[in-house]
Design a protein. Sequence first.
Length: 198
Amino acid sequence: MGPILEYIMITEIMKNKNKLKGSRFYSAGPLEMNSDKNALDWRLQVHNELSKLGIIHLDPTKEMFDDGVVESNDIRKNFRDEVYKGNWDEVVDYFSKVIYKDCRLLDVSDFVVFNWHDFKTPTFGTHTELWLAINQKKPVFVICENINEVPFWIMGLLKSRSYFYQSVESCIETIKKIDSGEIPMESRKWKLLREELR
């Protein structure tokens, strides 16, 4: 192989590496009816792996905006006590801001990672987020332990088994392969800004 052909091959390989650098992903999954451990551990795992590739994590459990609100089991417990006291207005005001914040994070994401675990933990916001992601034609990655327990409604929304991963690790591995170019971005849903604009 001559030096010119070798240079062209190396250039092509380099063009395919780190395709997702500077892109942003949103992590969606049960919060309110979940333990903080189950809600946070998988997000931290995905964050740690994808941040190595320069991918930015838009995490609904963290303060992401200058005037942001946060959500945790402690905050939800305090507000549930307020509901029992009949103080709905304060709760409605706070959680309408949480909903707006989460939906805005999803709006500005390039792709979304959903983790439903086993589809047995009740969740309400995650369904809305899936609907938004589909309507915005974003690439989605859905983690569930047992593919046979996926609700029919979600199967009907996503239409393809290829969106589902049975572990956090397999989902991360697929995203890494997309980043490296090993798996091509064939879906029309991938619409990344040019790297200098990210």
